[in-house]
Design a protein around this ligand. Sequence first.
Ligand code: ATR
Length: 277
Amino acid sequence: MSDFKKLGVIGHPIKQSLSPEIHNYWIAKYGIAGQYDAIDIHPDQLEDHIKFLIEEQDYRGFNVTIPHKEAVLDLCSSIDDAVPNIGSVNTLVVQENGGILGKNTDAFGFIENIKSHEPSFDFAAGPALVLGAGGAARAVIYALKNEGILDIYICNRTVEKAEGLAEFFDVNVAPWEARSSELSNVNLLVNTTSLGMTGQPSLDIDLSALPSSALVNDIVYKPLVTDLLRQAQSQGLKAVTGIGMLLHQARPAFEAWFGVLPDVAEDLENRISEKAA
Ligand code: ATR
């Protein structure tokens, strides 16, 4: 193995991924000998293609995106604590012994995004309400539980999915219909649904009952400032966009491959925000 390190993001399709822009920025910034590529892998070829990339092409690891985030679990010889909680893998690290470590860094990305933008926000000051019950919600709830927040409500259109997650994480369910009316003591509101994303239906919610100390975060980053965040801003609430979660989730992956925990400088955040728009 040479000192020059090859990494990449695998998905299908893959052209839309912003990960090459992020990791190649850091490779240049930290003077690392390496490259990071976007690699399209058809689901039928997943195992063979990954083996080829590692064994024949000397790749040392990958980020994993749709539709492979669950399927790559079968190829992992070890996993970190986040993986069974979030139920998917977003990072693969080829180890010295040839084994593959599977990690999920989404929960880290979610928390670090909020902490970096609102360092004085007190997560423990009150309940958190999470809209949605898909994979992104799992990462958010896992992250909040790791922060020591016990008072968490899941609010989802399909109540059975909210109930399933609530049982798994030992948290509560709030009715989807009550998403505007039951906000009076909510400290943190997070949208993990696809509502409000460009091309998707809008998120119909009225934030006027939220306390003035509340923080609103949207996982959606296209558009960068969603209607939800605009409404929060117009009420003078703390509003954190979703692009930082994408940037911060990339940091532990970069560290696992290159031994440097990179930072999210303002120019990187601006550059990726522009590309995402
Ligand atoms: P991800 O892995 O990104 O979380 P997902 O698993 O497809 O994506 O989850 C999408 C979330 O957006 C779900 O909570 C979904 O609600 P349902 O469980 O009821 O499907 C939510 N969602 C998508 N479209 C919605 C809509 N039109 N109204 C309400 N919720 C919606």
